[in-house]
Design a protein around this ligand. Structure first.
Ligand code: ZN
Ligand code: ZN
Length: 358
């Protein structure tokens, strides 16, 4: 295990110093897991201070935390947690995760730490650990690959059953059962959106019965050892009309062009523009209602953000999605999403499920 994946790793300590901080209170679950290795991070918090780090969790996790955590563990519930930490942060500039900590949690930190002769100074911080998570280590990549391979196998098994007369939630249930049988969880609530429901970008599977000659959008992923995959396929049931086929072909063209443009040094905003320009040329730009994609890792949605306003630039080792979609209210929609690894000389598409040619 390399040192840089622990809280004592050079890049992490450097990032804390660069922010002008002495310590960091880590409360975002993915970040707690990334730094400590503790696999129930929603019930853990991590305090990183100049000469060490402590994982705080409660008595339900005494055994698990001792087995998993790379940091010393202190078993307590708040407010005993804050009281234990108070002397460790005395007089220090302590960062907290401003995008995650609740107002009441911040109040509790203030009440316990901004007191006494050498009060701590609490400073809101953004994206500090998330920045370290952008480029994946080989062991993280292996989990993402494993998750995507299970998702691809699930899709191959379930695809023949996506036919007229079947309920959307049955399709979702079959995908989820397949992944569970192979030891993976479902990365998020599975989208199965058929016919006019395809106009809802996040149309979680409903009790709607899939009809003849419809498009069905299926968006799902697997979770392996905390790491996720994310893929969307839109499939045809029967023979959808030419209008729907045109829609599908436009999205496929945009998706494939965006994937082809993924390489180190590519600007995320420009990748979004590649897909948007193609859909605009097809008269569909106004119906591409979201950004091109996002990073995937311990969170399904993480950095970098592939959107028009992003200033981020891709680097080798990042894992991102390209997922243009068009959504026509009352008619339906199409989205196609691939999971893509940025490699030293370009990219590798991790999602292998075939795409239909309509
Ligand atoms: Zn997705
Ligand atoms: Zn996605």
């Amino acid at each position: 295990m390399s040192t840089d994946q622990t809280v004592s790793g050079g890049p992490f300590r450097e990032a804390i110093r660069r922010e002008g901080l002495d310590a960091l209170w880590v409360s975002r679950p993915e970040n707690v897991r990334y730094l400590s290795g503790f696999t129930s991070p929603a019930d853990g918090k991590l305090l990183v201070y100049p000469d060490g780090a402590t994982l705080y969790t409660d008595a339900r996790y005494t055994v698990q935390a001792a087995e998993e955590s790379r940091c010393p563990v202190f078993i307590a519930r708040p407010p005993a947690t804050f009281a234990h930490a108070a002397p460790l942060v005395s007089g220090l500039r302590v960062g907290f995760e401003a995008d995650h900590l609740t107002v009441s949690e911040l109040g509790a930190l203030r009440a316990h730490w901004q007191v006494g002769e050498r009060p701590a100074t609490l400073v809101g911080s953004q994206g500090l650990v998330e920045g370290l998570r952008l480029v994946k280590r080989p062991d993280e990549l292996a989990q993402i690959r494993a998750a995507q391979a299970i998702a691809d196998a699930a899709f191959a098994a379930v695809r023949p059953g996506i036919v007229a007369g079947v309920r959307e939630d049955r399709v979702a249930g079959q995908l989820e059962a397949f992944m569970r049988e192979r030891g993976a969880g479902s990365a998020f609530d599975i989208t199965v959106a058929s016919g006019p429901r395809g106009a809802m970008p996040h149309g979680t599977a409903s009790d709607r019965v899939i009809g003849e000659h419809e498009l069905v959008t299926v968006d799902f992923g697997a979770r392996v050892q905390g790491y996720h995959s994310d893929m969307t396929r839109t499939v045809a049931v029967g023979h959808p009309g030419e209008d729907l086929r045109r829609l599908y072909r436009a999205v496929l063209e945009a998706e494939e062009a965006a994937v082809q443009a993924i390489r180190p040094g590519a600007r995320c905003s420009e990748l979004d523009q590649v897909a948007r320009d193609i859909l605009t040329r097809h008269g569909l730009g106004d119906y591409f209602a979201h950004s091109l994609g996002h990073g995937v890792g311990l969170a399904v949605h993480e950095g970098p953000s592939l959107r028009g306003t992003s200033s981020e630039v891709l680097e080798a080792g990042m894992v991102v999605t390209a997922e243009p979609g068009v959504y026509l209210p009352g008619v339906g929609g199409v989205r196609i999403e691939d999971l893509v690894l940025v490699t030293a000389d370009g990219h590798e598409v991790l999602s292998r499920s075939p795409k239909e040619r309509l």
